[in-house]
Ligand binder design. Sequence first.
Ligand SMILES: Nc1ncnc2c1ncn2[C@@H]1O[C@H](COP(=O)(O)OP(=O)(O)O)[C@@H](O)[C@H]1O
Ligand SMILES: [Mg+2]
Length: 325
Amino acid sequence: MDWEGGRLLLPFLQVVFHLYPPLGLVSSSGPLDLSSWHCSFSGTCECDFRPDLAGLECNLAVNLVGQQLARELLMKGLKGFVHNPSPEKPLVMSFHGSSGTGKTFVGSLLVPHLFRSGLRSPYVHHFSPVVHFPHAEHIEQYKNDLKNWIQGNLTRCGRSLFIFDDMDRMHPGLVDVIIPFLGPSWVVFGTNYRKAIFIFISNAGGEQINQITLDFWRAHKDREEISLKDLEASVYKAAFENPQNGFWKSGIIDQHLIDFLVPFLPLKQHHVKRCVASELISRDLEPQPDVIQAVADSIPYFPAELKVFSATGCKTVTSRVPFFL
Ligand SMILES: Nc1ncnc2c1ncn2[C@@H]1O[C@H](COP(=O)(O)OP(=O)(O)O)[C@@H](O)[C@H]1O
Ligand SMILES: [Mg+2]
């Protein structure tokens, strides 16, 4: 894959991306800068990649509520990978959990701790189905463009991050075109792509995670006792067998290309309260206990009769707070 290829073969994505420029998705179409030239020819070039895992760990500990398991798995995956000068395969992680549990939040939180220019880095690529792949009838065009986009950008810089958000809304079959980039082969189309990081974000398996967490609660076991082993098989099964999501019958699952499944558990009311407090502080307001309680009480919980876990995580906290001030 050469530069011109990267530039010419993406007309469709370019139109969409210029209308809705996501996180750094203009890189292949932009003019060739000197650092890119350098990166094209230097096997050691790390481009904008400046991992600060201690900073990330601290940020997660302070700002991510109630997701100890996700935090541990994420850090384990990154620690083993980023300081390895020649990884054997790209790092592939998949975040699963129901809505509002912090998946997208973690996706954006980690970027500034990996790339110097953070979310503006040209080596960070964020895909959202509703923005970038909205029309089912263009699926073949999307497949072609997506493959060329990944290939072109990995040619530019092996240390690139690709985030696929809302996988449950992705057309089944679309992401399978990137399978050649996820495995351990040395090169694809002349490019070493083993240093890349791929993150998939999905609600698929969220119901199963919620059910298992509820079962633990019913058995008087701590939420923190839940391990990956308790969740893994059901999450993969749910994602693979549901025709309504981007992992349906996907080779990514079938060929075991995901290195780290990162499950996000349903949040309890005390977690929601922390989200409300953070929201108030971010608005320069006093985190008053009565306001925090009122917002947390206004959120739906499940199971309906017991009200143990938030049905929407912390998703609606930001929009609810103004009604209680
Ligand atoms: N575990 C969490 N810790 C702290 N804030 C959270 C958490 N989960 C959700 N939030 C808050 O709720 C908002 C929506 O969460 P988001 O990450 O978009 O949910 P989803 O899991 O559906 O991607 C976030 O921007 C963040 O402010
Ligand atoms: Mg999300």
